[in-house]
Design a protein around this ligand. Structure first.
Ligand SMILES: [Zn+2]
Ligand SMILES: [Zn+2]
Length: 414
């Protein structure tokens, strides 16, 4: 089945956008709820679109083509539309935008990236959006954004300015057509695409910094246990090694991890602040904070008898367990350390997670009384049994060509 065209979809979630903004007619939502999520961003350009940037206001000059672009002035009061003049294509085949009209030197802004997908929504967008920024030194690979924290972005979220410095400019370009049709107008929905792009880039770069990793205290090796959104949107692996302050080991765990305790590896879990790029989004059919694998660490909560009874009454326990994990465990990404302060490897975390899940599934398949399942899981686990299971797990990894031998060697050291 063909994907619905992106301009018929809700700007915030995967649903169809059956309602259109009554003020600018330039963006669609599935519901009032999604419109409300978008409003702090959309309101910044909604009225300007219909008032000063309608097609009949387009400047005409023979040597240039003017297209509606979105500019975030460094010292500005929010994003703004501009009519960006461009002339014929450059050597790379992309239209040359003339940014000197902004009062900046022509060379001051440089294309730092282009994107054709909204990573938060996993959705193709109409053309490419080219992003220009001021960067420090084009001759090194370590080109850095420089300037003051972008005040226009502070209007959207101050946190964005931790990473985004200096002015930013976004314009639409297509690579599949020749000049003069290459540039295209950006509109209200593109502001959302640009803000999502800037937020994802921010989340990718700032994710290592959190209250458990920054500080002067002694550190130990721990794991960042990424939720589904941090894996899919920010492209992080499920288990990431990370240096964590040892003081975390002494605190209370925010997630009960009875399986790990019974297996001989007491763990401490801490919840992390949700990533900026997805934290304000939610949808009735989908939660961005899902971390279903973490749910298996405490069968007592996962196999709660109240919902299990209900599920069995309706005859569909398997889908019920999915639902339980989806909606009861909105915990986002977690920091995990060993309570004894010893280093925790991503492989040991992966093993414990698979073990916990396997033991739960076995209990489920046993068709015992629902209220005995949680204790059945825990009774089947001991340090000796886990170690035996773990050596089989390692043996399986040795036969997996995608796993490096050095990764496996490190595992014996638990
Ligand atoms: Zn929606
Ligand atoms: Zn509007």
């Amino acid at each position: 089945m063909a994907e619905p065209a992106s301009d018929t979809l809700c700007a915030i979630c995967p649903a169809l956008g059956s309602e259109v903004c009554s003020s600018c007619h330039g963006i669609r939502y599935c519901s009032k709820a999604c419109q409300k999520v978008d409003w702090p961003v959309h309101k910044l350009l909604c009225k300007k679109f219909s008032k000063d940037f309608s097609n009949d206001k387009r400047p005409q000059q023979p040597e240039f083509q003017f297209k509606r672009a979105i500019y975030f002035p460094e010292e500005g009061n929010g994003p703004q539309y501009i009519w960006l003049p461009s002339s014929g294509p450059s050597d790379e085949g992309r239209a040359v935008a003339h940014t000197h009209i902004l009062g900046l030197k022509n060379t001051d802004l440089y294309p730092i990236d282009y994107f054709k997908e909204n990573a938060v929504l996993h959705r193709q967008i109409d053309g490419d959006i080219v992003l220009l920024a001021r960067i420090h030194d084009l001759n090194t690979n370590e080109a850095m954004l420089f300037g003051n924290p972008n005040k226009s972005l502070a209007k959207i979220d101050k946190e964005l300015t931790n990473y985004w410095k200096g002015p930013l400019l976004a314009y639409g370009a297509r690579t599949d057509v020749g000049w003069p049709d290459q540039c295209y107008d950006l509109g209200p929905v593109d502001l959302r695409h640009v803000v999502d792009y800037l937020s994802v880039a921010h989340s990718k770069r700032s994710i290592e910094q959190n209250m458990y990793t920054i500080g002067d205290g002694e550190k130990t090796r721990g794991v960042r246990f990424n939720c589904v959104s941090d894996q899919q949107i920010c492209q992080r692996t499920q288990f990431e090694p990370m240096d964590i302050l040892k003081s975390v080991c002494d605190g209370e765990s925010e997630l009960k991890a009875t399986v790990a305790e019974k297996a001989g590896f007491p763990l401490v879990f801490r919840k992390l602040t949700f990533a900026l790029c997805w934290r304000s989004r939610s949808h009735q059919d989908f939660s961005y904070a899902e971390n279903p694998s973490a749910a298996f660490f405490d069968p007592g909560t996962l196999l709660d008898t109240t919902w299990l009874d209900t599920a069995l009454r309706f005859g569909n326990p398997t889908s019920a367990i999915d639902q339980q994990m989806k909606f009861a465990k909105q915990m986002g990404s977690l920091i995990v350390v060993r309570k004894d302060g010893e280093p925790l490897t991503p492989m040991l975390m992966k093993a414990l997670t698979e073990y916990a899940q396997q033991k739960t599934n076995e209990a489920f398949e046993s068709e015992n009384e629902p209220h005995t399942l949680a204790s059945q899981v825990l009774d089947s686990i001991s340090p000796e049994r886990f170690r035996k299971w773990y050596s089989d797990f390692l043996f399986g990894l040795c036969e997996d060509p995608s796993v490096g031998i050095h990764e496996i060697a490190a595992l014996y050291d638990i």
